[in-house]
Design a protein around this ligand. Structure first.
Ligand code: ARG
Length: 461
């Protein structure tokens, strides 16, 4: 069997169902360019160890670079007989340079250290692409926050009217977790930058190869200290899958709000035509599908993480074939995020905010009650009393079917003598917002500083 990397001790080839079960070329082919790069590095190390002549090295490097071209152009691909990407590429090399030279490449390495290395290489690149996509979403949020420096909105807790806030403050509250996700991706990369190459099947290599040199050649910071760990651990993959799932969750929280805000009941936003869809039966519909797919795919990203963790949890050391199941969930999370991130960035960037409507709703539901209580505290009233008094204001206003600013001076005085007409200075949405001017608060000055810092931090990544 030409495409096989083993067989010496077997009298027959695998049964069809065995081969079908075993096969991974339909998903691990994305590792092919990385496999060839690592083989090019490995060939140099074999040569340096005296295991490959000058001529053989030249022949092998020529074969590998032609193979890389053919993989890139699609002229070379996996055959029915290939079990995995590693076997397929060895077949491809032998087809190009013959078995005498091509058969020397596999010395001192195993698919176990190969696949662990290639998966790390692939993931390190993928994580950079995901980080770029996340930063684009952050950029869209920053652009909207900058475009609406003064717009106000009802801030909510428990989805109930709470306190008025600046729209920019709210939008940036979605940008911060995303920036932290980018930091997590960078942090992941530090731990992932350790090369398993040279670990062999599990015990290391006896051929005098130099794992440090190959690690440096492949862009890793160092070679692994423990060959058993290096070939069997997939915590790097789980860590990346976690950050991918968390990005999904962070995007989904934002998507949920876009969905709510675009309903007529909220009426905060209108979605751009390019980032919404229609209905096949109801002509009036404009649906928030980008947000719904974001919410839906976040479930899938969580599933990919939990599936991977379940695959890992009971495996004895070292390599087990279970580990072949490590790649699809992680590949899928990256595929989904790279679809999602540009769409959600486009959606956010093109939202139209209805500032008037949001401003009207900002004081609704007695959202200025806390301002009355805190005004009383500044006037020397204990907060416990102030809270009661402000509550009484809400009750009276509710009884009369009016808002807090509509209470008369007499009504205020009747509720509590400390409630002089001066309380009205905090009974506007603008006054309330401007008063929350400690670091982290929603006052315009603070939000402007925050925006500045966030934009600098985003630009630094
Ligand atoms: N295709 C396998 C994987 O993805 C690597 C091959 C290791 N096979 C083996 N029998 N040791 O994990």
């Amino acid at each position: 069997n030409e495409g096989s990397l083993w067989g010496g001790r077997f009298a027959s080839g695998p049964a069809d169902a065995m081969a079908a079960l075993s096969k991974s070329t339909h998903f691990d082919w994305v590792l092919a360019p990385y496999d060839i790069r690592a083989s090019q590095a490995h060939a140099k190390i074999l040569h340096r160890a005296g295991l490959l002549s000058d001529d053989d090295l030249a022949t092998m490097q020529d074969g590998l670079s032609r193979l890389a071209d053919d993989v890139r152009s699609g002229a070379f691909g996996p055959a029915e007989s290939d079990e995995d990407v590693h076997g397929a590429l060895e077949r491809g090399l032998i087809e190009r340079v013959g078995a005498e030279v091509g058969g020397r490449l596999r010395a001192g390495r195993s698919r176990n250290d190969q696949v662990a290395t290639l998966f790390r290489m692939w993931l390190r690149d993928a994580v950079r692409a995901v980080a770029t996509g996340v930063l684009d979403v952050v950029d869209a949020l920053i652009a909207q926050a900058s475009a609406h420096p003064d717009a106000v909105m009802p801030g909510k807790t428990h989805l109930q009217a709470a306190q008025p806030v600046l729209l920019a403050h709210h939008l940036l509250a979605h940008a911060h977790p995303l920036i932290r996700d980018v930091q997590r991706l960078k942090d992941f990369d530090k731990r992932a930058a350790v090369s398993p190459y040279g670990s062999g099947a599990l015990a290391g290599s006896s051929l005098g190869l130099d794992p440090e040199a190959i690690a440096a050649d492949l862009g890793f910071d160092s070679a692994a200290d423990n060959s058993i760990d290096a070939t069997s651990s997939r915590d790097f993959a789980a860590e990346a899958a976690f950050v991918f799932a968390l990005i999904g969750v962070d995007l989904s929280r934002m998507a949920e709000e876009v969905i709510l805000w675009s309903t007529p009941e909220f009426g905060y936003i209108t979605l751009a035509d390019a980032w919404s869809t229609g209905s096949s039966i109801m002509p009036q519909k404009k649906n928030p599908d980008v947000s719904e797919l974001t919410r839906g795919k976040s479930g899938r990203l969580i599933g990919n993480l939990t599936g991977l963790l379940a695959t890992l949890k009971a495996q004895p050391l070292a390599y087990n074939r279970d580990l072949q199941e490590d790649k699809e969930p992680v590949f899928d999370s990256v595929t989904q995020l790279l679809l999602l991130l540009p769409a959600i960035a486009g959606l956010i960037r093109t939202l139209t905010f209805h500032e008037q409507r949001m401003a009207e709703l900002a004081p609704a539901g007695f959202t200025l009650a806390t301002d009355i209580a805190e005004w009383l505290v500044r006037a020397g009233v204990p907060f416990r009393v102030a809270h009661e008094v402000a509550g009484a204001c809400v009750r009276v206003a509710e009884e009369h079917g009016v808002g807090l600013p509509d209470l008369t001076d007499e009504q205020f005085a009747q509720i509590h003598p400390a409630l002089t007409p001066a309380v009205r200075e905090v009974l506007t949405v603008e006054g309330s917002i401007a008063s929350r001017d400690a670091r982290g608060g929603t006052a315009g000055t603070r939000v402007a500083e925050q925006l500045h810092r966030l934009a600098e931090s985003a630009a630094g990544h």
